[in-house]
Design a protein around this ligand. Structure first.
Ligand SMILES: [Cu+2]
Length: 195
């Protein structure tokens, strides 16, 4: 087969294509770190409902709780405990108490956090965040999404995405996506080398 492109330019082509894909992934998967309460941190006298209303939370984002370790703590709790502020009879999913807790939001669901020190939760130290599934935008349709409010519903059963098994741009397959760009890159390079 006659070589259509010289080896070096072919390799460059493959490389740039790879980085183009990689870049698209980095842009769409970049997780955000949210400092709870912004400059106020995690403390009394802050309206955390107003704080959460200002942000959109997506799977992979990180909540950073900053507080004085001896004064507060962070418990991830059930909705019931969030509402009652009473964690004495269970309903605690996780406990954090370092004073600088970084909690990754791993699931698309509601997450509830309280400070478990007596009276603090009732005094306002409770936080409910609604975490949306991360939506990969295919390169080209991307531009600036601007944080559209509504998460696009995806069929949970796995019936929706026909390309599910391998290289689909489906919701859960970032690993597959990365593997795909790598695969394409390798194919291009080997095509260059072995032609
Ligand atoms: Cu507290």
């Amino acid at each position: 087969m006659p070589a259509l492109i010289e080896f070096p330019s072919c390799l460059l082509l493959a490389l740039s294509f790879f980085f183009f894909l990689l870049n698209a992934f980095i842009v769409t998967t970049a997780a955000e770190i949210f400092t709870v309460g912004d400059e106020n941190g995690w403390t009394m006298q802050v309206n955390y409902g107003a704080w959460t209303d200002k942000h959109n939370f997506t799977v992979g984002d990180i909540l950073e709780f900053k507080y004085t370790r001896t004064e507060h703590n962070v418990y991830e709790v059930t909705k019931e405990v969030y509402q009652s502020c009473n964690a004495s009879s269970g309903g605690v999913l996780a406990k954090y108490q370092t004073g600088n807790d970084q909690i990754e939001l791993k699931e698309a669901k509601k997450h509830w956090f309280i400070c478990e020190i007596d009276g603090h939760c009732l005094g306002g130290m409770r936080l409910a965040v609604d975490v949306a599934e991360r939506q990969p935008t295919a390169a080209g349709t991307g531009s600036s999404g601007g944080g559209a409010g509504e998460p696009v519903p995806v069929s949970g059963g796995g019936g929706g995405n026909s390309g599910d098994s391998s290289c689909g741009w489906s919701n859960r397959s970032y690993a597959f996506g990365r593997c795909c760009s790598l695969f394409v890159y390798l194919v291009l390079v080997s095509a260059c080398i072995w032609k």
